[in-house]
Design a protein around this ligand. Structure first.
Ligand code: HEC
Length: 195
């Protein structure tokens, strides 16, 4: 064969193989976005990159409307890992391995007692600094006792958050979700995109 044609064919084959490999790598990468990872002490590692997951909503419990001591101050920015969200959209159920991150965010300093302030858009509440991180993981085998969901607290403070966290007791987290959100454990009614 003409050596030039042969070289061209070889490089085309190499380029094709490279593309194929990139495709596989991308598929594998996306399959693992946000997957729960545990260390040897059975602690969940702080999810990485959760602020780029699917943002499903921001319930707000300001100190100003809760006698100055909201249990979860104040905005709750809630994210679901993208693969689980895609399954939810198809089936209406969160699949095994779903990770939901709730980041607490304080309000900006208010002009009024209730914590609200004036902005060009009107009087309202506006997000200030990050202030903590709670996570739920769906894993029926691991968290059978709490309706298949594990609960983790990575600190209710400004970042940096804990790098790893042990599952919380049923009393500190799951019991309230069971009592008020039902067996599904997720408060779906507060997130328009889940309804
Ligand atoms: C007193 C009741 C109560 C307790 C205790 C509680 N939660 Fe929740 N949690 C809620 C409610 C209500 C929502 C949804 C509305 C909101 O965020 O204000 C929620 C939302 C969440 C969400 C977002 C998904 C969802 O179901 O809306 C996560 C994640 C979460 N909680 C984790 C935790 C963790 C971790 C703990 C323990 C450290 C905990 N929760 C303790 C009531 C509770």
């Amino acid at each position: 064969m003409n050596p030039i044609v042969k070289t061209m064919m070889q490089s085309t084959a190499i380029a094709a193989a490279g593309l194929l490999w990139a495709g596989v790598a991308a598929a594998e990468g996306s399959a693992s976005i946000g997957s729960a990872i545990y260390n040897q002490q059975d602690e969940l590692l702080l999810p990485e990159g959760f602020r780029e997951w699917v943002f499903i909503g921001a319930p707000l419990t300001p100190h100003g409307l809760n006698n100055g001591k909201a249990g979860f101050p104040e905005y709750h920015h809630v994210y679901v890992n993208p693969d689980a969200f895609a399954v939810y959209q198809r089936t209406g159920e969160f699949p095994e391995g779903t990770v939901i991150a709730k980041e607490l965010v304080l309000l900006q300093k208010g002009d009024y007692k209730d914590g609200s302030k004036n902005a060009p858009s009107g009087r309202g509440f506006f997000a200030g600094e990050f202030q903590g991180m709670d996570v739920m993981v769906k894993d029926n085998a691991r968290f059978k006792a709490t309706n298949g969901w594990g609960f983790f607290n990575f600190g209710h403070n400004a970042p940096p958050y804990l790098k790893a966290s042990r599952a919380e007791s049923a009393e500190s987290c799951a019991s309230c979700h069971t009592a008020n959100a039902g067996k599904g454990m997720v408060f779906k009614s507060y997130y328009p995109v889940l309804r």
